[in-house]
Design a protein around this ligand. Sequence first.
Ligand code: IFM
Length: 409
Amino acid sequence: MTLTPARTAATPFPDGFLWGASTTAHQIEGSNVNSDWWRKEHDPPAKIAEPSLDACDSYHRWEQDMDLLAELGFTDYRFSVEWARIEPARGYFSRAEIAHYRRMVEGAIVRGLRPMVTLYHFTIPQWFADLGGFTADGAVALFARYVEECAPIIGEGVTHVGTINEPSVIAAMAGLANRGEQGFPPAGLPFPDEETMHALIAAHHTTNRAVRAINPDIHVGWTISNQVYQALPGAEEVTAAYRAPREDVFIKAARGDDWIGVQSYTRTKIGADGPVPVPADAERTLTGWEYYPEAVSRAIRHTAELTGPSTPLIVTENGIATGDEQCRIDYCAGALDAVAACLKDGIDVRGYLAWSALDNYEYYEYYEWGTYKATFGLIGWDRETFVRPPEPAAHWLGGLGRERVLPRL
Ligand code: IFM
């Protein structure tokens, strides 16, 4: 079955536009046993709905995944390398895991997929967590040493490297943990741990330089979660104050980078007393978020305002958790209309990578990762056999990549 969107294609991709899908190691590889998340998933007080276990076994099946993406028409693949595998014990770097990720980079290139590599996407080695994570003494230097050890993976043929994924969410989770709280509030993000925030910004700047030292031709950036905070009438100042430590500080830290990743899915309305929960009658996705395809355009415009014209933008995540394929196509078509409008307005958007290539270990309601029920995948998979059928949206989106056009407004 191939579903088609209501709109027809119109805007040509600019030259070199990245057209792909994103994943991350822990959410798809399976058995990430040396990571802090694996430990948390098996810790009853953490109340995680289900552990990640095998995930979709992409650690062993990455070639099939890349075959599918290339056959579908995508030209770019964003994936992460897993620090907990590469450095499972402090100072011990696994040559086998480094070779594994290098094979993935080369495997992408031979299939015509440009690899975009994330160095840190939410999971850290257990030994690093035990030290105290990013606020421990010497933490930034330890992260930088790991990045330097990734040189054989990213040194040749990798065009884009992302240092840290969604630092605002990491700082928010650290804030929750420090206060002994569990679960996100019903709207908005928890207040961040400010020490973690500053450490992550320092880690980004340090490793940005480290990656350039490995290969100055690599385009380095980081990828920022954008909650599309919208002020209700009269709440403009409250909104700006709410957003500043949760989002703007990380966007501003990207000034001067080669690019910044924009990641958005929904919006958050802010009233005089702070975030307003999504009304009960609003259309929601499987994560409980409001259905709001325009999010990406709001996120792009806000990011561009803060970084200025000299920092190109790439949509590094955008998509929807749904079991309804027509809904997935409609959401993506709406989002791409918005991207096309931003391009027409002269904003320097250099790519669109959908979240996610595969169904994966995800958010649930207002909690952190912990379920396979929130299906974001362009490609599904059977939990017994791991057989991976592409969804109709994958054929549609990949087809746009072949045509090199975006939907019309
Ligand atoms: O799955 C996550 C990803 O790890 C970070 N950005 C949001 C995605 C969708 O929930």
